[in-house]
Each structure stands twice: as C-alpha cells, then as structure tokens.
Write a protein that binds this ligand. Structure first.
Ligand code: FE2
Length: 231
C-alpha cells in the first residue's frame, strides 16, 4: 500500500511527527522530511531531485515523489516547547549516572521504526557499493536543549548514528580528546540539515567514533537516527 502513514512515538501537541512508508506523490505542506532508507528519496514534480540515503530536506508545499521510508517532522507549537521535560521527555542524567548534573539535555520517547538492510561500510561512506549487508533495527528519538548547551563530549555508541536538525540551530562537533579546547571540526546544523556519519566500522558490529558532541546554539530540537545491529 503506498503512503502508509503513522504517528511517530514522540508526536504530541507541540511536534508533528509522522512516519511514511512507500511514499508516492505525497503532498507535504510543511515538514522536515528525513530519508530513512539506504536508497535515494525523490522530491519534486516538475524538477525531480534526489535526497540521498539518511539525508533530509524541508518541504513546504512540496511533493515527496518517492521514498521507501521517511520521517516528516515539524515543530508546530513553539510556546513552552522547552517544557518537554514536564510532559514525558527524560533528562539524560536520569539515564546516565556519569552525565553532567547541570546539563539540560532531554530525550523523547523512542520510536522503533522497523528494520533496515544495509552494508555498514556503505552507511559510513567507507565503501560505495554494498558487499556485506546486514539487518539493523532502526530507532528514532528527538532531543531538546536550550541555547548554549554543551550536550557532552562522548565517543561510545553500540550503534550507527546520524542526526537531523528540526528546530533552532546548533553544531555537531569533533574533538581530538574529551576536551572542548581540542575541537577540530564544526558541522553547522540548521533545520532540514543532516550531518554525514562520523564513525568508521572497526569490526563486526563495532564502530569507532571520534570524540564528538552536539552544541545547541539556540533552543534546539534534533532527531537521532540509530541503526542497531540485530542479534
Ligand atoms: Fe553521539
């Protein structure tokens, strides 16, 4: 069935969030559309254009011409958006004991968005064509932080991750050590932008990440896209 739609787990009165599968010529009034497929997504009518795997765009009265699976997300209520921690989102410090006690980083509910078959080295851009595909569980969540938040330098993930900016602006940053003074790359994040994967495949279901963090320049909402190896 084309254009199969369902709300994402973090959809609420403040944030419109939908998953579409097998999108065909779907009109999108206003949403950041994230390609959640290893295959290209196609937008446009008179001028069809490609959105590569795991990349995104902002459609405003546009057409999602073809997508295997995509998220469509838009902040629709800005007033009191930052109260997300009072309506079900969790402060990350509740989940990670070592997380700084004074950092206002909040996580939404997870959405389990199905499975993806891909070669992790294609995901990380270490290889152009798939040679060793495997199955991953796709998990999505939103993050929220107020402006000028250091969302903590880290380098350990048992999964492949990328992020899409939904609201406000920030930066995905890389460091040589767990020390903000060792910054060596700033990837600007504005609504509709997705950064390239930071990690390298280091073994079977093993990924090596540089020290990295998200830095919120303004009040910001961004989407985490995680591929967790099956089994
Ligand atoms: Fe990370």
């Amino acid at each position: 069935m084309p254009n199969t739609l369902r709300p994402l787990a973090f959809a609420d009165d403040f944030i419109h969030a939908e998953l579409v599968e097998d999108a065909v010529d779907l009109a999108v009034a206003d949403a950041i559309v994230v390609n959640l497929s290893p295959r290209p997504m196609v937008t446009g009518d008179d001028y069809p254009a490609i959105v590569p795997a795991w990349k995104s765009t902002w459609l405003r009265g546009g057409t999602l011409r073809q997508a295997e699976r995509a998220a469509m997300i838009r902040v629709r209520q800005r007033v009191n958006l930052g109260g997300c921690g009072l309506r079900g989102w969790d402060w990350l410090g509740h989940r990670i004991r070592s997380f700084p006690r004074d950092t206002p980083l909040y996580i939404s509910a997870f959405d389990h968005a199905g499975t993806v078959t891909t070669d992790p080295r294609v995901f990380t851009n270490e290889r152009g064509r798939p040679e060793a595909e495997q199955v991953f569980d796709l998990r999505l969540n939103l993050w929220w932080s107020p402006g000028d938040t250091d969302c903590f330098i880290h380098n350990e993930h048992p999964f492949l991750e990328v992020h899409t900016q939904i609201h406000g602006t920030g930066r995905m940053q890389k460091f040589r050590a767990r020390d903000a003074a060792t910054l060596y790359e700033d990837v600007p994040m504005a609504p509709g932008a997705s950064h390239d994967p930071f990690c390298r495949v280091s073994g079977r279901n093993a990924w090596s990440y540089p020290w990295h963090r998200y830095y919120a320049d303004t009040d910001a909402v961004w989407l985490a896209v995680e591929l967790h190896p099956r089994g």
